[in-house]
Ligand binder design. Structure first.
Ligand code: SAM
Length: 189
C-alpha cells in the first residue's frame, strides 16, 4: 500500500500536451486555488498514477502543485504501487487532481474498476481527474465512454456491488474532452 509523501523531482522530459493545455487555459486553476488548501498542508495534492519517468509530476511540481507519483516500476522518488490492486494512499486524503495518463490500457476491466473506486475515494469534492488514453497493441481497449459511464452515469453503477456502490462518494461531470482519448472530469462539490 502506498504511503503518500511530498516529492519534487526534476527530469528533462516535457509534460503531455493535454496537461499543458489544461493548465495554460486555466482549467486546473480550481484545483490549484480552491480545493487543496482545505485538505493538505496548504498545497494542492496531486496523485500521478503510473507516473513513469515523472514528466508530468515534474511539470506540476514546478507549477506549485504537491505531487505524489506512483508506479509499479518506481524510479527515483516514485512510490511503488500496483494499479488495480493497491490503495492509492493509506488514509482517505482529498486530492485536488488525479492524473491517469496512459495507464488504463494496461489494466483489465476488473483492475480498472478497482482503480476507478480508488480514484473516487481519494479525490476531494471539487477535485479533478485527468485521463489520457492511447491504443496499445499489447494492451486493453479502453474508451472514454467506459470512464464516463462509470463516473457519471447510472450505467457504471450497474457494474458495482452494493458495497462498492455505498463506498462511492459522489458523482462527477465532464469538464473538458478532446477527440476520443483525452478527458477532464470533476467530482461534484
Ligand atoms: C506509457 S507509461 C505512462 C507514464 C506517464 N503517465 C506519462 O504520461 O509519461 C505507463 C506507465 O504505467 C505503469 N504501469 C503499467 N501498469 C501498471 C500497474 N498495474 N500499476 C502501476 N503502474 C503501472 C508503467 O510502469 C509505466 O510507467
Amino acid at each position: 500500500m502506498a504511503q503518500a509523501k511530498k516529492v519534487v523531482r526534476h527530469c528533462s522530459k516535457k509534460p503531455t500536451p493535454y496537461l499543458k493545455y489544461l493548465l495554460e487555459h486555466k482549467y486546473l486553476d480550481r484545483a490549484r486555488n480552491h480545493v487543496a488548501h482545505l485538505y493538505y498542508e496548504d498545497q494542492c495534492l496531486v496523485y500521478d498514477l503510473g507516473a513513469g519517468r515523472n514528466r508530468n509530476t515534474t511539470y506540476l511540481a514546478e507549477q506549485g502543485f504537491n505531487v505524489v507519483p506512483l508506479d509499479m516500476a518506481p524510479q527515483g522518488d516514485v512510490l511503488p504501487w500496483i494499479a488495480g490492486r493497491d490503495r492509492i494512499c493509506e488514509k482517505s486524503r482529498g486530492a485536488s487532481l488525479v492524473l491517469c495518463q496512459y495507464l488504463l490500457m494496461f489494466l483489465t476491466k476488473a483492475e480498472r474498476v478497482q482503480l476507478y473506486l480508488e480514484i473516487d475515494r481519494v479525490a476531494a469534492f471539487g477535485g479533478f481527474l485527468l485521463v489520457e488514453l492511447e491504443d496499445v497493441k499489447s494492451g486493453h481497449r479502453v474508451s472514454l465512454k467506459e470512464i464516463k459511464d462509470w463516473f457519471i452515469s447510472v450505467k457504471g453503477e450497474r457494474s458495482l456491488t452494493p458495497r462498492q456502490l455505498a463506498a462511492r462518494n459522489g458523482l462527477w461531470r465532464t469538464v473538458h474532452e478532446r477527440d476520443t482519448k483525452h478527458l477532464l472530469m470533476q467530482k461534484s462539490t
